[in-house]
Write a protein that binds this ligand. Structure first.
Ligand SMILES: [Zn+2]
Length: 42
């Protein structure tokens, strides 16, 4: 197991991605890739 350097969650090694020099879990990766103020106007 590896640890997300952003939220501290323990995740399998293969689920860690490097974002801006930090090893982060999938959740944090998605959050950091997507713009925070993504608004859905349908
Ligand atoms: Zn995380």
């Amino acid at each position: 197991m590896a640890k997300c350097e952003k939220c501290g969650a323990e995740v399998p090694q293969e689920e860690l991605s490097e974002v801006q020099g930090l090893k982060v879990c999938e959740d944090c990766e998605i959050k950091s890739v997507k713009p925070p103020e993504l608004k859905i106007n349908l």
